[in-house]
Design a protein around this ligand. Structure first.
Ligand code: CTP
Length: 451
């Protein structure tokens, strides 16, 4: 009895997959097929998989060739499986020639000729038209966005917009992208926009772009008030376009895993979430000098608010805000305490005060500690009363993380992800609500100071 094992994503099941499984089965008597999880695919950089895992399994099953289907969810699993299932032959398509030779000490490795001219990637790009994105604002994040978009299929960053001729010229020189100074002309050239302009311009650009029927990925903070955020999400609905707030962490695979682990019951009931993000800013930077729209909270507040709102929800009972002012009148350090019926949370941000940038989620049975940079979520651990018992997680993280956000934006535009559970409109609106309270309090404390 010869056992054969093979692995794949089997997204948008096609003839190449069918042929591969058929020939794999013919190599022996029993065929085991490993299907990758979404998390594993994301972690190894395959960020555009369309079919959910159950559908991909179902498609493999329907061929009738697989005697057993298993799930592949981590690096190094193939060796474990070969031993566990007593596989005699490992096989994959010829696109992998040489790649799996390291398995030869464990079993025979056979590379089967790949079916020409067909792949999931090819079907994905034919299924959806390439989305043309334009970048609004040509500051620090714009070149990074351009670079990271290269890792997402089905998207083309076509041009940019900046009314300031000097910045526009510099960006064009650096990237070769055409930069428009006329907004309407710019909008005509794109299907969607990424808004990376100064904070105070986000709302108006998002609104104008959506009114013209364009989908919007908007840097944080998207708006400064609940009403403005509600208005934008309602407009997106009305126009049938996608509106997504670019809180990068929300779309990172490691952060998704952290949320799942936190909600799994392993640490019991969640009672407290404490999150901090501080970065001492250059004294000449906008974060420091802009008295109205600079400061630590407007710059970084979305990061610590994200795990709080994701884990404890949008129905908070009380929000207490405290800040230390900077010399420019904005906040050098802000601490926000949020009270829920059965839990509490703290968000800390600093541009003029340095603190430990960590995320701690405390529960009735244990706690999760995610050290800096938790907002990229490359590592976190669970700790318990028994200090010798620590469970460590090392999620994968590629590039600077923007590719995950861009990929999600594409999935939503193409109608593949319609629920947007990674950051829902309600969650984004709750962040705007806290931002509004922060702005109101700052106004209040300024007028008290003026009195
Ligand atoms: N395969 C094949 N012939 C093809 C496409 C895939 O023999 N034309 C094989 C692969 O070599 C692999 C298995 O099918 O052994 C599963 O491949 P998978 O990566 O899921 O499919 P691709 O179409 O190659 O996916 P992608 O384009 O996303 O890389």
């Amino acid at each position: 009895m010869k056992t054969v094992i093979t692995y794949g994503t089997f997204d948008l099941f096609h003839e190449g997959h069918y042929n591969l499984l058929k020939r794999a089965k013919e190599l022996g008597d029993r065929l085991i097929v490993g299907v990758t999880t979404e998390h594993f695919d994301e972690a190894r950089g395959k960020v555009n998989v369309i079919d959910p895992i159950m559908k991909r399994i179902e498609n493999v099953k329907n061929t009738g060739f697989a005697d057993e289907i298993i799930i592949e969810d981590h690096e190094g699993q193939k060796i474990e499986d070969i031993q566990k299932y007593g596989a005699d032959i490992f096989t994959v398509g010829s696109d992998w020639v040489g790649h799996f030779d390291y398995l030869k000490p464990f079993c025979e490795v056979v590379y089967l000729p790949r079916t020409p001219e067909i792949s999931s990637t090819k079907i994905r790009s034919g299924k959806f038209k390439v989305i043309r994105i334009g970048i609004i604002g040509t500051g620090r994040v714009a070149p990074r966005f351009l670079y990271e978009a290269n890792y997402v299929s089905g998207v083309n960053v076509d041009c940019a917009f900046n009314p300031d001729a000097e910045s526009a010229g510099a960006f064009h020189k650096k990237t070769g992208l055409k930069v428009y100074a006329d907004f309407d002309q710019f909008l005509k050239k794109v299907d969607a926009v990424y808004i990376a302009s100064p904070h105070e311009t986000h709302y108006l650009y998002a609104k104008s772009a959506m009114e013209a029927g364009k989908s919007v990925l908007c840097e944080k903070p998207m708006t400064f008030s609940r009403a403005a955020a509600e208005e934008l999400y309602a407009l997106a609905e009305e126009k049938g376009v996608v509106l997504m707030e670019a809180v990068k962490t929300a779309y990172c695979p490691g952060f998704q895993q952290l949320l799942t682990v936190a909600e799994s019951g392993k640490i019991g009931e969640i009672c407290d979430v404490e999150a901090a993000f501080t970065r001492l800013a250059d004294p000449a930077s906008r974060e420091v000098t802009d008295s109205e729209y600079g400061g630590s909270f407007l710059e970084y507040g979305s990061y610590p608010l994200l795990p709080i709102i994701k884990l404890l929800g949008t129905e908070y009972e009380d929000v207490h805000i405290d800040s230390l002012p900077s010399a420019n009148g904005n906040d050098a350090y802000t601490k926000i305490q949020i009270r829920y019926a059965n839990a509490m949370a703290t968000a800390k941000t600093g541009t003029g005060v340095k603190s430990e940038g960590q995320l701690v989620i405390s529960g009735t049975k244990g706690y999760i500690l995610a050290p800096s940079p938790w907002w990229l979520t490359k590592y976190f651990e669970i700790r318990y009363e028994d200090a010798t018992k620590i469970e460590s997680y090392h999620p994968n993280f590629m590039g600077d993380g923007l590719r995950y956000e861009i990929s999600q934006f594409m999935l939503k535009i193409n109608g593949v992800d319609t629920r947007g559970y990674r950051l829902t409109a309600q969650e984004s609106i709750a962040m705007a609500d806290i931002t509004e309270r922060f702005m109101a309090q700052r106004e209040g404390s300024l007028s008290i100071a003026e009195d």
